[in-house]
Design a protein around this ligand. Structure first.
Ligand SMILES: O=P(O)(O)OC[C@H]1O[C@H](OP(=O)(O)OP(=O)(O)O)[C@H](O)[C@@H]1O
Ligand SMILES: NC(=O)CC[C@H](N)C(=O)O
Ligand SMILES: [Mg+2]
Length: 502
């Protein structure tokens, strides 16, 4: 789940894209990049790190032009350590194309071989995005004649991309001298929306908060399979390019990935989290009598709306017991288990008086590797809690994700192949309460009946593209394992240790 943005404007776009990337930073902390175009020349700056550290004044000055793209990266293919895999990606033919991608291609390796043997294109990194830009460039080459480019040519190329590419992809791309194109995979797994400002600037971005926060009015979501081409005059052309589009957005966006002040595919992320808290409250009652809970404490940041709603329904005080150091990023999207584990302690600290002598119910939005929960439960005990109960607003994460969330290895998921009691033992809490899969789907799906279904694969093992088997998962997993930072002593692919060893 990277964050992407594309802009066509009457004025300079460098600062606008920078501001948009700050509003997408929660979607990717490892690398960022901006590309702009002035005349027929393309300007790019990309590097590892957070947006604020990458773009200095001299870099911003070197990004002139009124059209551009930006990306914040959270790697799901290749690795976090290679600067070349930062986005956007550039290919020089045809026209000069730059592309930014949120998602993950599940047939990237097959496409890479095909690109070499059939299309005679060399792919130089392990990034699936480099594969994607080359497939698109090859298809655009085929649909265009000479130096003119018509919207039909662009739509023809996207139609062919949909035929060749599998997996999830929300994309913004710049075709030098011609305009900006955005498209979304036929299942709409990753989010993408379009908005406009009073001066006629058109912005396409991963989340609605990016549009609103930069002075653009949200117009609509890009439909699954749809392509939107904005020419250099700012005229918007749109076309459905997939044969059988179906809206199945990733449910984990609502659980954790997106900002609560965004609306994705007609659903307020905040309301989704409140609803999750409501259904979770009912499950808590059936496990722990509410009179045995003195206080409900959220695990900052993402669980707050669910915890608040749960506490209200149970009639139990909601208190802040952990203070978050705002200068430490999101731990789940950090690369490598060692850094994630260290960061939980750096990021959260207890207010001892909220725990001392109390039975506390901690609420988190999700438990994935269990890194956060194990540390947090221990911290609550160290602060003097009598009983520590833990509730998760999402069901157990039991299956790998192949669509743009970095959880490719089943063994690293604390809930994989384990009973709730076994997980409870590993986490070390006195009771563990999980949301159930249907409850989660109902809580969120009820907010937009038009949604045909969700990609909830990490919870239910059902892959919406229908073409993922154990072999694919092993291959995607292998590709990620091989990309670990050799300098990191404790890799992210460690199996969960026994409680005795922990
Ligand atoms: O079981 P784990 O592998 O630890 O992953 C789950 C945790 O990671 C996320 O928090 P994160 O710190 O990334 O971000 P947040 O501040 O938005 O909650 C999520 O909200 C859970 O707290
Ligand atoms: N999380 C994402 O969307 C990642 C995009 C792309 N697969 C990359 O690794 O750069
Ligand atoms: Mg969290």
């Amino acid at each position: 789940m990277c964050g992407i943005v594309g802009v066509v404007s009457p004025g300079p776009v460098n600062q606008l894209i920078y501001d948009a990337l700050l509003l997408l930073q929660h979607r990717g902390q490892d690398a960022a990049g901006i590309v702009t175009q002035q005349g027929s020349k393309v300007y790019m700056h990309k590097a590892k790190g957070m947006v604020r550290d990458i773009f200095r004044t001299r870099n911003m000055r070197a990004l002139p032009g009124t059209v551009g793209l930006g990306q914040v990266r959270y790697p799901t293919a290749g690795n976090a350590y290679s600067e070349e895999e930062a986005q956007p990606f550039y290919v020089n033919a045809p026209f000069g194309i730059t592309l930014s991608h949120n998602g993950n291609l599940t047939n990237a390796q097959a496409l890479k071989a095909e690109l070499f043997s059939t299309d005679h294109r060399h792919i130089n990194t392990e990034s699936d995005t480099e594969v994607l830009v080359n497939v698109f460039a090859h298809e655009l080459e085929k649909t265009t004649r000479g130096l003119t480019l018509k919207p039909e040519d662009v739509f023809g190329a996207v139609t062919n991309v949909h035929k060749r590419v599998r997996g999830s992809y929300a994309v913004v791309t710049l075709i030098a001298g011609h305009g900006m194109l955005a498209f979304r995979d036929p299942y709409g797994i990753r989010p993408l929306c379009i908005g406009r400002s009073a001066d006629g600037t058109v912005m396409i971005a991963s989340e609605s908060v990016t549009l609103e926060g930069t002075g653009h009015k949200f117009e609509r979501n890009v439909q699954p399979g749809e392509a939107i081409f904005i020419d250099m005059q700012g005229k918007v052309h749109a076309r459905q390019c997939a044969e059988n589009p179906q809206l199945h957005p990733c449910i984990f966006e609502f659980v954790y990935l997106a900002r609560p002040d965004s609306e994705l595919d007609g659903i307020s992320v905040y309301q989704a989290r409140l609803n999750l808290g409501e259904t979770l409250a009912k499950r808590v009652i059936s496990t722990v009598p509410p009179n045995e809970i003195d206080v409900v404490i959220p695990i900052p940041e993402s669980s707050r709306p669910s915890a608040m709603q749960l506490a209200q329904l149970l009639g139990i005080p909601y208190r802040e017991g952990f203070v978050k150091n705002r200068y430490v990023g999101r731990t789940f999207i950090m690369p490598g288990q060692a850094v994630r584990k260290k960061s939980v302690r750096q990021k959260l600290n207890t207010i001892v008086s909220e725990f001392k002598g109390r039975n506390v119910l901690l609420v988190d939005d999700s438990i994935v590797r269990g890194t956060t929960s194990r540390e947090i439960v221990q911290m609550a005990r160290d602060a003097g809690a009598r009983k520590v109960y833990l509730a998760s607003a999402a069901p157990p994460v039991r299956f790998p994700n192949v669509y743009g969330i970095d959880m490719p290895t089943p063994e690293e998921l604390v809930a994989h192949g384990r009973s709730i009691e076994e997980i409870r033992e590993i986490i070390g809490c006195d009771a563990l309460i999980y949301q159930d899969v249907d409850g989660m789907k109902r809580a969120i799906g009820s907010l937009n009946p038009k949604i045909e279904g969700f990609d909830a694969s990490c919870f239910d093992g059902v892959y919406v593209t229908g073409d993922i088997n154990a072999e694919d998962i092993a291959r995607i997993n292998e590709a990620r394992i091989g990309q670990e930072d050799p300098l990191e002593e404790n890799t992210s692919r460690l199996a969960i240790p026994n409680p005795q060893e922990a």
